[in-house]
Design a binder for this molecule. Structure first.
Ligand SMILES: [Zn+2]
Ligand SMILES: [Zn+2]
Length: 394
């Protein structure tokens, strides 16, 4: 837990980037009280969802890249730190899979570039929807929807496997048969909120082909079901090269497969529509992805929440919003020093549903909070949520 000053106030982490606006404002105190941070993290950017010419859907000129070409493109042309190639398992032969893992291993260059072993899993006929599987190992079998025919069967298999793996669902709002009524809190740490298919934060969001979407299975719907999912964004190029659409930033201690895997598992991720918008977010010093459990006796130590946000945009910022349980509860539109930077601390008093007298059940008080950023060029970014998780102390 690092240097916890008290149960619900901890020292924030120190990131490897810094917004000068933090320096000359009162709220800087909240971020940099005395340079005594709980831990050091760095931010690494990548595309966790690309397809190569091994997937029929991406076998289109001029993006008809081989796995090796995709890795080189991601690293050199797109300037990414990592790439996960997620070709469709059901279309791969055993020999192609072995070749994919060999290529990933060859392009993995710890400290400079991580080629993340991954695959896309989709059961027959699109039933249950698509999920990508991310491994922490290159010695892994091909896992396809032919053998693991439903999400629970997939998780059961991965749980028993001698290697570590995580799953992430995508474009569930577009698939009539996608099933996001279930997740696995240990194995499914994130939701793909944006890709080449558009924005899946909520129905009617910007950059969304709303006519092609159901009114369910958006990120906010899943979070309202109580799922603990952070956010990632990927390309899912159909067809497009890596880094051409959504990208993901992962906070972790170093650029290695294991480091990225741990960062994803802990939901320390930000998602953007392709611009490298630097985002930091904490509640009472707890970083994005955290779960803060509390009971009815602790409401007064937890509140007011100190919600800290820092943004370094790639373009002037139009607005920074704080979203709580799917509702925008705070909007800031005016940067103070520079148009592409914003940093502030917002004190959130306990809302009308809080206080021990009004607690009737977990859903009444529990909440998730995340940050959404919109730039004037249209690019958007999201932090993963932080959860305040109420439990009743008998
Ligand atoms: Zn897919
Ligand atoms: Zn895909």
């Amino acid at each position: 837990m690092g240097n916890v000053t008290e149960a619900f106030r901890r020292k924030h982490w120190r990131v490897d980037w810094f917004v000068p606006e933090l320096d000359h404002r009162k709220y800087a105190k909240a971020f940099r009280e005395d340079d005594d941070y709980s831990e050091d993290v760095k931010l690494f950017w990548g595309d966790p969802h690309t397809h190569t010419n091994l997937s029929p859907c991406a076998h289109v000129d001029p993006y008809n890249q081989s796995p090796a070409e995709s890795c080189r493109h991601a690293r050199s042309a797109a300037g990414l730190d990592f790439l996960a190639i997620c070709d469709h398992a059901e279309h791969l032969s055993g020999e192609q899979w072995a070749q994919c893992m060999q290529t990933a291993r060859e392009h993995n260059d710890p400290g400079r570039f991580v080629a993340w072993p991954a695959v896309e899993w989709s059961p027959q006929g699109g039933l249950y929807g698509h999920r990508n599987i991310y491994y922490n190992d290159y010695e892994v079998p091909l896992v396809s929807g032919r053998d693991r025919i439903s999400p629970p069967r997939l998780w059961e298999f991965l749980r028993a496997a001698p290697f570590d793996a995580l799953t992430i669902p995508h474009h569930a709002a577009r698939e009539a048969t996608a099933d996001l009524s279930r997740t696995d809190d240990d194995l499914e740490p994130a939701f793909e909120i944006f890709s080449g298919w558009g924005n899946e934060e909520y129905y009617g969001a910007p950059m969304q082909d709303t006519d092609r979407c159901m009114t369910r299975n958006f990120a906010v719907d899943c979070l309202m079901r109580g799922f603990r999912m952070g956010f990632v964004a990927g390309g899912d190029g159909h067809p497009a090269p890596p880094g051409d659409s959504g990208i993901t930033g992962i906070y972790t201690d170093g650029l290695t497969l294991d480091g990225l895997f741990r960062g994803l598992k802990r939901r320390r991720t930000i998602a953007t529509t392709g611009a490298k918008i630097l985002l930091d977010f904490h509640v009472n010093g707890f970083p994005m992805g955290s779960v803060i459990p509390f009971n009815q006796h602790q409401v007064s130590s937890l509140f007011p929440l100190e919600i800290g946000v820092a943004v370094q945009g790639t373009f002037p910022i139009a607005k920074v919003e704080i979203v709580e349980n799917g509702v925008t509860v705070f909007t800031k539109t005016k940067p103070r020093a520079r148009l592409d930077q914003m940093a502030f601390l917002w004190r959130r008093q306990s809302g009308p549903t809080d206080g021990s007298r009004l607690i009737h059940g977990p859903n009444n008080v529990s909440r998730f909070i995340y940050v959404r950023v919109t730039q004037h060029d249209g690019h958007m970014g999201w932090t993963s949520p932080i959860w305040l998780d109420f439990y009743y102390e008998e």
